[in-house]
Design a protein around this ligand. Structure first.
Ligand code: F6P
Length: 549
């Protein structure tokens, strides 16, 4: 029993029932499941918004799904969900509400934190962002010398970078192509160097994005960017026209020298990795315009409403979360691949890495005890078809079980030429072929039937039985992007709720930050760092020698 009165997850009867069911199912074959029920290909599907979700190629039966839903009920996933939507402080280790869903609520909604409705504040900031974005896009907002802003550089890291950078890439076809939009995150000076080396400072707007405004990488890069600007324009007053801030911390913003009139705020109930639909999305809004940004928020809202109201049998985030638990906890899968068949989604999986791994990469439960079950998977993947010619070999014929999500679209983006649009069917033929090959493989008999010499038969055999979810949407629009992101946000939520971990803190990133601060003087000044372990001490000494210090 837990301190909070809950039975330990792995001691619940629902968990034990799943373990027993897994044993009984043994090596269930997808070929057999489909042979037994040819209707499975359409029965095991769900729709949410524009997304058609096929989960028929999973190693599950009706019983598996029922048992998984019973586990969700026993762990009160929907109770925690309702508490989140109500604005309760479910981020217990930081004593904060978790209300990214309020960022996309309609103007007339009421969402209260400590008795205060937060929705008017959300829309007030969205309106300010829209007015500012319009001024930049129209050329009304000029730089210090009166030149039009042609370049926007977002400086931020983690949630203050990955979301807008990903979404900018995804929605490139909807962006104002006359603007250059870049994202700088790494404290490696090369990142900022490459982002600004060919830009005219007089035409460049820096957006400093940081929830805390204390993140060393962001503050360092922003300071260097300011120096670059001032070197060219030679007047402190230029900062006001070339720097805006996105933050929860007005005090630090003005300490840095940015007028809080040029700050777009958000709130401590928005987690960094859940924040790109807040003020953190300003660079994106400038690129695609306020209307498209609002369409994206509408997309988020469709899936929020679905997650909040759909019954367990048809609740897509619940289903995807539970399938991940089935593989991670009952098949020992260690990773989860997300494989989008759209080049525009090239940064989508990197974005999901933070969303999922920073949320659920934890071995301590909400009750302060170490868990005795696997938590978040390693999330990875890049767009098809590129991955097919690189690492898919391991998914098809390696020794590891890698559940994967395939995301594809019926129509290419409108902007492509007819010739390039025609390539879309080839892209999607690969999309469908891969999940088919992964699920059903190729038997030795089939290989022999092709006249393959006997010694090569084992090499050319595909065991199959690799589980995949297929997500198909009509077209990659701002709304569909919002739907996809909300889908994964809530999937991660479901898993954290079942595992009984706090998906909204990130204490695991702190130690490295503290140690970096301690080591830095040893690198720059040769200072003695007390307590440095022998390996690190030798590495630091070698570094200094190679650096010529
Ligand atoms: O160090 C991790 C982290 O706190 C992330 O959770 C966050 O998204 C990122 O750093 C950036 O934080 P900030 O927006 O406060 O600069």
């Amino acid at each position: 029993m837990n301190a909070d009165g809950r039975t330990r997850l792995n001691q619940t009867s629902e968990w034990t029932a799943l373990a027993k069911h897994r044993e009984e199912l043994g090596e269930v074959r997808l070929r057999e499941l489909f042979a037994a029920d040819p209707g499975r290909g359409s029965a095991y599907t769900l729709r949410v918004g524009d997304l058609y979700v096929d989960y028929s190629k999973h190693l599950v039966t009706d019983d598996t799904l029922r048992l998984l839903r019973e586990l969700a009920a026993a762990t009160d996933v929907f109770g925690l969900r309702d508490a989140m939507f109500r604005g309760e402080r479910i981020n217990t280790t930081e004593n904060r509400a978790v209300l990214h869903t309020a960022l996309r609520s309609p103007r007339d909604a009421v969402v209260e934190v400590d008795g205060e409705n937060v929705v008017p504040g959300v829309h007030a900031v969205l309106d300010r962002m829209a007015a500012f974005a319009d001024r930049v896009r129209s050329g009304e907002w000029t730089g210090h010398t009166g030149k039009r802003i042609r370049n926007v550089v977002n400086i931020g890291i983690g949630g203050s970078d990955l979301g807008p950078a990903m979404a900018y890439e995804v929605l490139r076809a909807f962006t104002d192509r006359s603007l250059t939009v870049r994202f700088v995150s790494n404290v490696d000076g090369a990142d900022l160097h490459e982002a600004i080396r060919d830009l005219d400072p007089a035409e460049t707007l820096f957006i400093v994005a940081s929830k805390t405004f204390t993140t060393i990488e962001t503050v360092t890069n922003a300071t260097s960017a300011r120096a670059w600007l001032l070197e060219a324009l030679g007047d402190e007053a230029a900062v006001a026209r070339h720097f805006v801030a996105l933050s929860t911390n007005a005090e630090k913003v003005s300490e840095f020298g940015i007028d809080t009139a040029n700050m777009f705020e958000f709130w401590d109930w928005v987690g960094g990795r859940y924040s790109y639909d807040s003020a953190i999305g300003l660079s994106l809004m400038i690129a695609i315009g306020p209307d498209r940004f609002r369409e994206m928020l509408d997309g988020f809202r469709i899936v929020d409403e679905h997650f909040r109201t759909a019954p367990p049998e048809s609740n897509v985030p619940l289903l995807l979360g539970l399938l991940g638990i089935w593989y991670g906890n009952f098949h020992d899968a260690q990773s989860h691949a997300v494989l989008p068949y759209s080049h525009y989604l090239s940064k989508f999986t990197a974005y999901l890495q933070q969303l999922d791994m920073e949320s659920n990469g934890k071995y301590v439960g909400r009750d302060g005890r170490e868990v005795e079950w696997q938590t978040g998977p390693v999330v990875w993947g890049t767009p098809g078809t590129n991955g097919q010619h690189a690492y898919y070999q391991l998914i098809h014929q390696g020794t590891k079980l890698i559940p994967a999500d395939f995301i594809g679209f019926a129509r290419p983006v409108a902007e492509l030429s007819d010739r390039l649009k025609a390539q879309h069917d080839l892209l999607m033929a690969n999309f469908f072929a891969q999940t088919q090959a992964l699920a059903f493989g190729k038997t030795p008999e089939e290989v022999r039937g092709e006249g393959v010499p006997e010694e090569l038969v084992p090499h050319k055999t595909f065991r199959g039985n690799h589980p995949t979810t297929t997500i198909l949407a009509p077209e990659l629009t701002p709304s569909v992007l919002g739907q996809l992101v909300a889908l994964y946000e809530h999937k991660v939520f479901v898993q954290g709720a079942v595992w009984n971990i706090d998906s909204f803190d990130q204490w695991g990133v702190e130690l490295g930050k503290v140690l970096a601060k301690r080591v830095e003087p040893a690198l720059t000044e040769g200072a003695d760092v007390p307590g440095l372990d022998p390996s690190t001490a030798a590495l630091v000494a070698t570094y200094r020698e190679l650096r010529g210090r």
